[in-house]
Design a binder for this molecule. Structure first.
Ligand SMILES: Cc1ncc(C[n+]2csc(CCOP(=O)(O)OP(=O)(O)O)c2C)c(N)n1
Length: 548
């Protein structure tokens, strides 16, 4: 067996079930080996799309996903997706062909290892036929156990050599580390002396499957529940869930989080987005962070206590200690607070003046109407831009699998591929891609992939005919805006051109076509070109620009 085949087979044997890519000569054999070994392959139209599909698939499925790319331009095209995945600690294996060691003058030759490490991914390579399987195991293991994005380069000359021993060893399971007893004691003391505790769960809570455990502990200590944006929905259904903490927080959520006297970040970095640059931390609040990674503790702001350990293990240990003492407190959970949460916590419950004019629909009105129309079993993917808070905050989701937020790197153009990858990971859910016109047109090629896969995808384009984020940030004070504004584009027609259904939405009534699509076979995607009002920028935009 040749090395390329041995690597593909090994990756599949280790647990890669879903692969995305754009196939060129360099990754042809390794991709076919993965398929022969039982992995599903999706041909994307651009490597950034392929990588983001794999990123979203890995996030939602909780499996290591793979991408295969051609050497050189295949990898450079994939870099934005790789960067997003690396910054989000997505366990992703990028199988990248590479030039032969002897091809010193090849124009395909670039420093692939340097490229990977420059964006925070891990560079690994297939060094020789004898080490090919061990090299693959090492790359896969680092992706899975360390939750890293790994670029495994496969030099063309090594790929074609005979692999002497393609047997794949079994990976040993790694157990989640428990926290030190002294740290559990300190956290228990802080929780029992708090009057208004708030738990903010982040990606680490999802990764540890800690939602139910955190719910139990929060109940015991009377904590309110919030999440960072990436795990929106983790506590959906709880009457004490405040939804997302940060720029997207509703006024009541912001008020209650800022009123906390103890904030516990569970696998959450408490970064500037989640804490609104510190504005959500009240003057009396003590801060705790629980994380697997020592480097994360106190990285974004000083904390009163850092607990090193798995989120679920830590919550369980604290719960056991409190249960043994028979401790139980109402804490922040009172009848009046419960009533306020029920009445006011959703953005749609916040009054606003509809700015729709018949030719343009108010993005809030659009989002509320979509929330009512779309089935609850949905999975929402959001691109970047001024519009992004509308779908993020007005579309409810059934749980944390219902929201896929590839926004660590804040790149526009990743939302559509995110929805495709997420859709494949949860085929039981209706996928919804919420995009701006800029991000949609940047990545429009992947509509072809969605159509080819026959996905029941709803693509909603909040079309303001501009890079609205820039328009609202720089305007209207006599700044020249011609570089960030565009003539009208008929995105519904573009959608139809790709084989989707296409609808233009200017007022709520125009959503009747979506209702019909939902009642139909859903055998092809529907693209909604929503001509939105754009008189003012969204409320989270300036917050976002402060983080640049
Ligand atoms: C790849 C990339 N290029 C440029 C930017 C800078 N940028 C941020 S938001 C934005 C405008 C996006 O426009 P659109 O998708 O139409 O959404 P809108 O802001 O109009 O709601 C741009 C260009 C970016 N974040 N990512």
């Amino acid at each position: 067996m040749k090395v390329a085949e041995a690597v593909g087979r090994a990756a599949a044997a280790l647990g890669v079930h879903q692969v995305f890519g754009v196939v060129g000569s360099g990754n042809f054999h390794v991709t076919n080996a993965l398929i022969d070994a039982g992995a599903q392959f999706v041909a994307a139209r651009h490597e950034a799309g392929a990588t983001t599909m794999a990123d979203a698939y890995a996030r939602v499925s909780r499996e290591v996903a793979a991408v295969t790319v051609h050497q050189g331009p295949g990898l450079t095209n994939a870099m934005t997706g790789i960067t997003e995945a690396a910054k989000s600690r997505t366990p992703l294996l990028v199988l990248a062909a590479d030039t032969a060691g002897s091809a010193v003058r090849s124009n395909f030759k670039i420093d692939q290892d340097g490229l990977a490490t420059a964006v925070g991914a891990i560079a690994e390579r297939i060094y020789s036929p004898a080490s090919a399987v061990a090299d693959t195991v090492r790359a896969y293991r680092r992706a899975k156990v360390e939750r890293r994005t790994v670029v495994l380069s496969l030099p063309l000359d090594v790929q074609t050599l005979e692999c002497p021993n393609p047997t794949v060893p079994t990976l040993l399971p790694v157990h989640a580390p428990a926290p030190a007893p002294s740290a559990v004691g300190e956290l228990t003391d802080l929780l029992t002396s708090a009057h208004r505790p708030v738990f903010i769960a982040g990606r680490g809570a999802r990764v540890a499957d800690a939602g139910p455990q955190l719910d139990v502990l929060a109940e015991r200590v009377g904590a309110l529940l919030a999440t960072s944006a990436v795990v929106k929905g983790l506590f959906s259904g709880s009457p004490w869930y405040l939804d997302v903490s940060g720029g997207f927080a509703s006024p009541l959520a912001a008020e209650l989080i800022a009123g906390a006297d103890l904030l516990v970040g569970w696998g959450c970095s408490l970064n500037m987005w989640t804490m609104r640059h510190g504005a959500l931390i009240g003057p009396e609040a003590r801060l705790v962070q629980v994380d697997l990674d020592p480097d994360a503790l106190g990285a974004n702001r000083p904390v009163d206590l850092g607990v090193l350990g798995d989120v679920a293990e830590t919550a369980a240990a604290v719960e056991a200690e409190l249960a043994a003492e028979g401790y139980r407190a109402d804490g922040y959970r009172s009848e009046p607070i419960a009533e306020r949460i029920e009445r006011e916590i959703r953005w749609r419950d916040v009054a606003y003046e509809d700015e729709g004019d018949g030719a343009h629909i108010d993005p809030r009105t659009l989002s509320i109407a979509l929330d009512d129309l779309l089935p609850a079993e949905r999975i929402v993917a959001v691109d970047s831009g001024n519009f992004m808070g509308y779908p993020s905050m007005y579309l409810s989701v059934p749980d944390d699998d219902g929201f896929c937020f590839t926004q660590a790197y804040q790149s526009i153009g990743l939302g559509l591929a995110t929805a495709i990858g997420a859709a494949l990971a949860r085929p039981d859910r209706l996928p919804v891609a919420a995009l701006g016109d800029g991000g949609a047109l940047m990545s429009i090629a992947e509509l072809d992939t969605a159509v080819r896969l026959g996905l029941p995808l709803v693509v909603v384009v909040y079309n303001d005919e501009a890079y609205g984020a820039e328009v609202h940030h720089f305007g209207p004070d006599n700044q020249p805006l011609s570089t960030v504004t565009f003539p009208e584009t008929d995105i519904a027609a573009i959608g139809r051109g790709f084989g989707c259904d296409g609808l233009t939405v200017r007022k709520p009534d125009d959503l009747r076509g979506l209702a019909e699509w939902l009642e139909g076979s859903r055998s092809r995607p529907v693209v909604l070109d929503a001509k939105v009002t754009s008189r003012r920028g969204s409320w989270w935009l300036e917050e976002a620009f402060r983080g640049h």
